[in-house]
Design a binder for this molecule. Sequence first.
Ligand code: GAL
Length: 393
Amino acid sequence: MQIRYPVLILLTFISLFTFAQKYPGLAPTPPMGWNSWNIFHCDIDEAKIKQMADAMDTNGMKNAGYQYVVIDDCWQVSRDKDGYVIADPVRFPSGIKALADYIHSKGLKFGIYSCAGLLTCQKRPGGAGYEDKDAQRYAEWGVDYLKYDWCNSKGMDSKVQYSRMRDALHKAGRPIVFSLCEWGSTKPWKWADTVGHLWRTTGDIRPRFEQHHGVLALFDAQSKIRKYNQPDAWNDPDMLEVGNTGLSYTESKAHFTLWCMMAAPLMSGNDLRAMNPDILKTLTNKLAISVDQDKLGLQCFLWKKQKGIEAWVKPLSDGNLAVCFLNRGNDTRSLDFNMQAVLTDPDFKKTYTIDANYTIFDIWNKREIGTTAKNVTTTIAGHDVLFVLLKKK
Ligand code: GAL
């Protein structure tokens, strides 16, 4: 049958329209899960990943909202003669599909890692030129989440490369959350909202509070682009180091608080099998998580700096407000803070009036500590936070 010219134009138009889209609505709130990189780097295998899924299933994390179990770099070794990627047969002898099935059987979702360049950062096969074949495999295996890196991409255009993978995922027909990991190098917040569901805003996090690539540095970098954060299109200041060597318990708690205040993806990055109970309580505090997961998806803004303590505010969809008082210093500082104010969101220009009629609930200590009728007076240790919810009475 001869296809007429106008029909061809129409078909091309329809396919362009269909593929020039990410799967919408897969990340209405910031994705939550666990990723292997921060704690294990390349030392991963199927037994370990299953143990993480078991832990997440039984330790309260699944119940608190964590759902993706993501294997990062090093699961892949080569490609077969047809160009399909091959998983490490020694470390993943049962294959990736079996692992995905196991994770799904726990009521969790499965994520995988690759790279938009020629090779991954650990020199495993990259996706460039193999987008369709990789996406097809991911769909067959039951992948729910793809983290896509940017190593070995010299001379490539990030928007073009990531869009290719987006289109391949769309063609493969399985809804997969698409996580862009080009470290903020080409300002994805300006172009990636139609490409992926989240994008890294910085280089890799290091397990430290201060200094280059520490918790505060990433928080500060992302604060400058808060206006781009929104449902289904998240700024990603990298995965959590909560519970990892390099951060004290206090610093882990502050780190988690700042990520909740930013409405950041919450991808835990510690060993879930051997967690200190305080760290587990931090990762599973439901009120903290509800601040992160609030459906408005607003990233916090700075309210005020007072005597070495910063007050950050995150407006919530029910009209309440989350406030984080942050002590960046090493020494304990005292706080005597008048909560009544009219605040203006610097990017969206919306104003919020805090009158005397709010109760103040301490999220970490799980108790009411007063109302906005009086000043908040307390002390905050070095690198610690006071994380509160202001609830309209
Ligand atoms: C980096 C990425 C890390 C991790 C690593 C794996 O580029 O930012 O999160 O995925 O590659 O090699």
